[in-house]
Each structure stands twice: as C-alpha cells, then as structure tokens.
Design a protein around this ligand. Structure first.
Ligand code: GDP
Length: 301
C-alpha cells in the first residue's frame, strides 16, 4: 500500500506543488487567482469544482487576512477533502446477497482497462477468501474473452465464456450468473464490451445485458471503468454509460500515468457516484481502494 501511495503522490505532485507555490507567501491579486484556477483546470478538476474551491479559498484569505503557507495548506486540504467527499460509501458489493451471488457488472469504453480491472479485482477478492466467477460478456472480440480467461487462470477462478465470436453478450452474462449461482459463489464479475462508435448500439447491447441478467437475479453493482488520462473526454463517456445502465461506482484507471488526479473530483461531482477503486499500474496488484484522505494528502505532499 505504501508503494501505491508513493506512486499516487508522484502522479499528483504537480498539482499540489503548483497550488501551494501560488497560494502561499505572495500577494494574491486577480492574476494570481486566475493562475490558481488555471492550475486546477489543468489538473482536470472541472469548472464547477474549481469555481467552488477558489471561491472558498478567496473568502478565507479575505476574512483571515493571511497567506501563511501552513494555514493556506490547511484550508486547501479541507476544501479538497470536502470536494472528494469522504462520507460516500466506497465499498464494492462482494458477498452473497439474499442467498445468491452478488452480481457486479463492469462497463466502460474499450481500452480503458476494464478486463484488467476485472482480473485485478478478482485477485483482491480471492485474497479475501471470496469465491469468484468471471463472465466474459465482451463477445465482440474473441481476444477479450481469452484475456479474461487468462486472468481467471492466473487468479484461480472460473471464467464463463462463449467459444463463438459474436455470440450474444446477454446470453453469456446470463450463463455466468447462473453458473455462479450453481457454484454457490460469493460474487460474479461480468466484463462487457464498450464500443462507443455507435451510441444507440451500445445502449441496446448493454441495456439488454443488464435486463437479461435481471430476469434471473438483480444486478447489485455497476462499476464504470474510466481512464484518468482521457480527462474531460472520459466525462462525456461516463454520462452516456450512466444513462444506459445506471452507475453505482467508478474505477479510475491509469492514475499512475497522469498528473490530472483532479478528474476524481470532476467525475464524482458530475455523476453523483463515488470513485471506489483506482488503477495504479498494469500489474496484478495495482488496484487499490480509493482513499480520500490519502488522495488529498498525496496531492499536497
Ligand atoms: P479494456 O479494453 O477496457 O478491457 O482494457 P484492457 O483491460 O485490455 O486494458 C487496456 C490497456 O490498459 C492494457 O494495456 C492494460 O495493461 C492497461 N491498463 C489497465 N489498467 C491500467 C492502470 O491502472 N495503469 C496503467 N498504466 N495501465 C493500465
């Protein structure tokens, strides 16, 4: 965990250092505040959160009449933490619900790290002694099912898949959920396809996957996988997905590859659901629960 934290800190240092340099010591005139805004926007915090944060800081500086570094740092920490909202429930459903396996649907645009996330999450859950089943409902690319199955073998959990290219993803998802029930598993993780070229097609396909699963048992969690390096573009994708299937949590991947950690705040705010997990690398252990306090401290380190 310390290693992950260090990596997260590195990815966010640009934001924290830049802000503190701007805010502390000097006089804060209009130009300086604009620079603060630019720094926050460049870190993908988004316009709404940036405006809130700067307004709050300006008020504090005006009322208290100080730009002492430690004081400003304390305010910044407080405001960032408020924006990240530490009160949100960030647990991922992974235990049996009403005598059946919990069902977690994992959605997102191809390339964001969906399959990798399912594999890493399976590994985390197996380490917690959970019985996990994987469902390879990304049937568009045969390679996707192979990739998921490889993860399954590595982690030691079964993968339900179709051998046929272009099989009905909803049917595979249904089979995976049924198999998990027969095995009395704790949780089934269903990987899905995310071709965004055609919004209507995606709606139909993903919506159907969810509806067909729900003929058998409820979907307990829908995790949206977002690539942190795609910034505001990722936000637009997120809106489409949340309209189509309804999102209960966000997994922000590739946070190791960006200084734009502010996307955490922007996406939570926009979608109204918590970031639950973060991806910090390509390896099997590079998935961590999202910890608001550690995140803000890493920014300000
Ligand atoms: P999918 O198409 O959404 O299923 O995406 P994949 O799981 O195939 O991942 C796409 C690429 O992103 C692969 O090369 C992964 O190794 C890489 N990847 C996934 N998560 C992370 C992460 O947290 N950090 C980094 N650096 N790479 C990641």
């Amino acid at each position: 965990l310390r290693r992950l934290r260090a990596r997260l800190a590195r990815s966010n240092t640009a934001l924290g250092k830049g802000l503190l340099a701007l805010l502390s010591g000097g006089r804060l005139d209009e130009a300086a505040w604009e620079e603060v805004e630019d720094t926050l926007l460049a870190a993908d915090l988004g316009v709404a959160a940036t405006t809130d944060l700067v307004d709050a800081l300006r008020t504090k500086v005006a009322v208290e009449g100080t730009t002492d570094e430690a004081t400003v740092r304390g305010w910044l920490r407080e405001e960032l933490l408020t924006l990240v909202d530490p009160t949100m429930d960030r647990s991922v459903v992974s235990s049996r619900v009403d005598g059946r396996p919990a069902c977690v649907l994992v959605v997102g645009v191809n390339g964001t790290g969906k399959t990798t996330t399912v594999g890493k999450l399976a590994r985390v859950l197996v380490a917690e002694d959970k019985d996990v089943v994987l469902g390879a409902a990304d049937t568009f690319r045969a390679a996707a099912a192979d990739q998921l199955q490889t993860w399954g073998e590595r982690v030691g959990v079964p993968t339900v898949r179709s051998d046929r290219d272009g099989a009905d993803p909803a049917a595979v998802a249904f089979d995976a959920v049924r198999a998990a029930a027969e095995m009395e598993a704790d949780v089934v993780l269903v990987d899905t396809a995310g071709r965004l070229q055609n919004k209507v097609g995606l709606m139909d396909e993903l919506g159907k996957v969810k509806r067909v699963i729900e003929k058998q048992s409820p979907v307990d969690e829908v995790l949206l996988v977002l690539d942190a390096t795609t910034g505001q573009n990722g936000m637009r994708q997120a809106e489409v997905f949340s309209q189509v299937v309804g999102i209960t949590g966000i997994v922000l991947t590739k946070l190791d590859g960006t200084a734009k950690g502010g996307i955490v705040v922007a996406v939570q705010r926009e979608l109204g659901v918590p970031v639950k997990l973060v991806g910090l690398g390509e390896g099997p252990d590079d998935l961590a629960p999202f910890d608001p306090e550690a995140f803000v401290d890493a920014i300000l380190d």
